[in-house]
Design a binder for this molecule. Structure first.
Ligand code: UDX
Length: 424
């Protein structure tokens, strides 16, 4: 099939490379010329395992072409994916102006039988809004919702081994075209109406955010009552109704999706006359998790950070990505710095101008009073802990991801502190 993807951001790039891998001919429309040049030179603007190779192979086989002009990009397309940004507007709502103006601009170039697919995460009702824009312009192209469920760091796999594909279409014929487009994937296909598809995306992310916030609260409680959260979570997760996934204690959720989507769902609910205090509490409880970690670090350093040097391992919001948007690591670093600490940080992929870095994980701990593990990169498991102990001025390792083996840290002569245990 001839497919167009408008927007060469994170979602658009994975979608383009994935569809080309399934054998479709994909035209990518992107207005940022710098980004287009980078892509045509075979460079990815983001770090995502496997994406560069998949994209380069598709370009090599002529299955992906790059276009700065959206009209040129949609010419001859059966299906047009919109993978454009919908940033928060400051009131908890998604700003749809980029999406709306792209659709208005596309109208003259759309074939009457083409299908416009909304891939961006959009508030419930956006498909209907786009439908009315097209109707107002006398355009008969269809609008379909097909939310993405990609997780950063495993997005290529999430596409190729998708568990489900949700298609929200007004007309069965449009749903059938989308279903055929994804032929070759083993995913379960759920066909529904556009509003249900839109809500599915928010429901999934809000549930996951709620789940891990709940288990962070259980981890905090374990510290207070003297239980070991590792054992508690293992035992709780053995119940098949609960499962042992997505419950790792940490500094709270971050990234480009959960914070934005939970706030958006609260707003969607209130705009529709439904109060959602449970989700509001998830958002505030998640914010408190960072402050709790900061309070514990302050206690470890005897209540005074003014002369403290804190080395942070990890800057990205989670392992496997260079994305620092709403990263708990940076939020914690900011709180520590505000209390007077000197913070230095190293990450295998992510970079920040806010805090000085060093050549590697050993160099960064030089002279540090405390080492904070803020992101769960597996690379940190391979660092020589005896060398860490030698280079640090202090002896405390605060593992905010429960990543390291407590025994190995103690054997290296360091004091191990983590989440969910009273004396550790
Ligand atoms: C998420 C959804 O998983 C994905 O389906 C959606 O489309 C986009 O949002 P992503 O933000 O990439 O993906 O990351 P995810 O792996 O879901 O983690 C979200 C946050 O939860 C991260 O800050 C992560 O560190 C945290 N987390 C996750 C935990 O603290 N503990 C866990 O057990 C799992």
């Amino acid at each position: 099939m001839n497919v167009t993807v408008i927007g060469a951001g994170y979602v658009g790039l994975v979608q383009s490379a994935g569809l080309a891998h399934l054998g479709h001919s994909v035209r990518v429309g992107e207005s940022d010329l710098g980004r287009l040049q980078q892509l045509s030179a075979g460079k990815m603007p983001i770090y995502e395992p496997g994406l560069e190779e998949l994209f380069a192979r598709a370009i090599e086989h002529g299955l992906i072409t790059l276009h700065s002009d959206n009209h040129e990009a949609v010419s001859g397309a059966d299906v047009i994916f919109l993978a454009l940004p919908t940033p928060p507007d400051g009131n908890g709502r998604a700003d749809l102006s980029i999406l709306e103006s792209a659709v208005r601009d596309l109208v003259p170039a759309l074939a009457p039988s083409s299908i416009v697919v909304v891939k961006s995460t959009v508030p419930v009702g956006t498909n209907a809004l786009l439908r009315s824009i097209l109707d107002g312009a006398g355009c008969s192209a269809s609008v379909v919702s097909n939310p993405e469920f990609l997780s950063e760091g495993s997005a290529v796999d999430d596409f190729l081994k998708a568990e489900r594909i949700v298609i929200g279409a007004e007309f069965p014929a449009d749903a059938e075209v989308l279903r055929r487009l994804y032929d070759g994937l083993e995913a379960q296909v759920v066909v529904t109406d556009p509003v249900s598809a839109e809500l599915t995306k928010y429901a999934a992310n809000a549930y996951l955010a709620t789940r891990l916030t709940f288990f962070n609260a259980i981890s905090n409680l374990a510290e207070e009552v003297g239980a070991d959260v590792t054992h508690v979570l293992h035992a709780v997760g053995l119940d098949r109704r609960i499962g042992g996934h997505f419950m790792r204690p940490g500094p709270g959720y971050g990234g480009s999706c959960f914070p934005k989507d939970t706030s958006a769902l609260v707003t969607i609910a209130s705009d529709n006359g439904y109060a959602f205090p449970m989700l509001e509490s998830v958002i505030s409880t998640n914010d408190m998790q960072r402050s709790r970690i900061v309070e514990r670090i302050v206690r470890e350093l005897d209540g005074d950070l003014s002369a403290a040097r804190i080395a942070m391992w990890g800057i990205s919001f989670k392992a496997g990505t260079d994305d620092v948007r709403a990263s708990p690591a940076l939020a914690i670093a900011d709180e520590l710095a505000a209390l007077g600490a000197t913070v230095v940080a190293w990450d295998p992929e992510a970079r920040t101008d806010e805090y000085p870095s060093a050549a590697g994980p050993l160099e960064i701990v030089e002279g540090a009073d405390l080492l904070l593990i803020a992101t769960e990169w597996p690379e940190f498991l391979r660092v020589d802990l005896a060398e860490v102990a030698k280079r640090m001025a202090g002896e405390t390792v605060f593992d905010a991801r429960n990543l390291l083996d407590p025994e190995l840290v103690s054997e290296a002569g360091l004091r191990y502190r983590c989440l969910g245990r009273r004396n550790a």
